[in-house]
Design a protein around this ligand. Structure first.
Ligand code: ADP
Ligand code: ASP
Ligand code: MG
Length: 411
């Protein structure tokens, strides 16, 4: 007997027919003698609609009330899924974050899980009950509902799997595994049988939304065995050929490049003619940090005249206007000539642990993009990743070209 956490994403619980399908998947594992805890997301589109409702009251809504509103999406699906399971004769009960409780800090809208009380769930599981847990939410020590950030149903599932010491965390979604790149954009994308935690973490953090970034980080730290599976197949668990996220040692044939991610959530800011003197970077990025604006890629040019230079960096699209107004506000201290803001950009990242031992990965990327006439605006690298910023219009063309160049195309 194994203990399994099954997580069903938004499209997997999008309507009643799909929720009934989900109930059969839970039953299939129970019939094999396994213990199952279920984690559900809101119906697809539901969270966006709830966020729109908040924005229509005020664009500067209170994040505590935002959490109260957006957490309801997962309440609906937890209740409906428990009902569907009961219809199959299964002893099931829904659990909201505060009922377990899943304790979080009080950073509303992007709270972090601090601890999970599992005593009651352990009793229920031992008695053969199936808990159906609302993903995406918890409770702060001030007793208020919190949410964990967009896409964090995955995080709830991995955290539950770690707390319940589950043997597996099966993430059911609308694709049948992790692919070399988004299969909705590159039709030749290939499904990976296995991927390392490290590569999955990079892919997720660079934009591949198939798994949420923090969920991968938590799984890596707690050695949770994650499997990404299709919720549209009739098979379940180990009968389904999905993608396993594993330690590096479990992968025998390591490719140099495992996958390519893209993020449209980038915007570029260029400050023209800032002084080229000590302390300038600190003066620019200090006010942005104070305004809680994360900066991603950064380049600083050499100063041709030894006096002034151009500084380019990226922020998330949602932060662009705020970043510009913060820098305009600090104009006296920074003494730049002009700000150029550009949100028509995309970041492409090629990822693979094999890069540690192979040279020339970046060069192949630059050459492939040059052959398509695509200009690279910013470059950044890490041990297992090369990222470039290009014009957003070229996203698909560039992704396909890179996919072919690194030999990732499906036969
Ligand atoms: P869920 O609602 O189940 O959490 P998501 O929409 O969050 O599902 O994630 C699944 C989506 O991730 C897929 O539909 C796919 O378009 C996208 N995706 C992006 N990159 C990849 C990749 N490398 N492999 C698989 N899917 C990817
Ligand atoms: N419903 C939440 C969202 O849309 C969490 C999730 O689906 O994982 O962001
Ligand atoms: Mg998701």
């Amino acid at each position: 007997m194994a203990r399994i956490v099954q997580k069903f994403g938004g499209t997997s619980v999008a309507d009643i027919d799909r929720i009934i399908r989900v109930s059969h998947k839970v039953k299939a594992e129970l019939d094999r003698g396994h213990q199952v805890a279920v984690v559900v997301s809101a119906m697809s589109g539901a969270t966006n609609k709830l966020i729109d409702l908040c924005s229509s009251i005020s664009p500067l809504f209170d994040s505590r009330e935002y959490d109260t509103v957006v957490a309801t999406g997962e309440q609906v699906t937890a209740g409906l899924t428990a009902m569907a399971l009961q219809n199959l004769g299964i002893n099931a009960r829904s659990w909201l974050g505060w009922q377990i409780p899943i304790h979080t800090d009080d950073v509303h809208a992007k709270a972090r899980i601090m601890s999970i009380d599992t005593d009651e769930l352990e009793h229920r599981l031992a008695a053969g009950e199936v808990p159906v847990i609302s993903g995406f939410q918890g409770i702060s020590d001030r007793g208020r509902i919190t949410t964990l950030g967009r896409g964090a149903g995955d995080l709830s599932a991995v955290a539950m799997a770690a707390a319940l010491k589950a043997d597996r965390c099966d993430i059911y979604t609308d694709v049948d595994g992790v692919y070399t790149t988004d299969p909705r954009i590159v039709s030749k994308a290939r499904k990976l049988t296995k991927i390392t935690y490290e590569e999955m973490l990079e892919l997720a953090s660079q934009g591949a939304k198939v798994l949420q970034t923090r969920s991968v980080e938590l799984a890596m730290n707690h050695r949770v065995r994650i499997q990404v599976l299709s919720s549209f197949s009739d098979k379940v668990g180990s009968d389904l050929p999905g993608t396993l996220v594993v330690d590096e040692g479990e992968i025998v044939e390591q490719e140099v490049v495992t996958g390519i991610a893209y993020s449209r959530d980038e915007a570029k800011v260029t400050l023209l003619q800032v002084a080229d003197s000590p302390g300038v970077a600190a003066a620019i990025f200090g006010p942005l940090t104070d305004a809680a604006i994360n900066v991603d890629m950064i380049v600083q040019n050499v100063a041709p005249d030894g006096k002034s230079t151009d500084m380019t960096f990226t922020v998330s699209k949602a932060d662009l206007n705020r970043a510009v107004s913060v820098l305009e506000g600090a104009r006296d201290q920074l003494s730049y000539n002009r700000i150029i803001a550009d949100s028509n950009v995309v970041k492409l990242s090629v990822i693979g642990v094999g890069m540690r031992s192979h040279a020339g990965v970046a060069q192949r990327m630059f050459k492939a993009l040059a052959e398509k006439g695509i200009n690279i605006q910013v470059i950044s690298t890490s041990e297992i990743k090369v990222s470039v910023l290009i014009a957003e219009d070229y996203t698909e063309l560039a992704l396909r070209a890179l996919h072919t160049v690194y030999g990732l195309d499906a036969p």
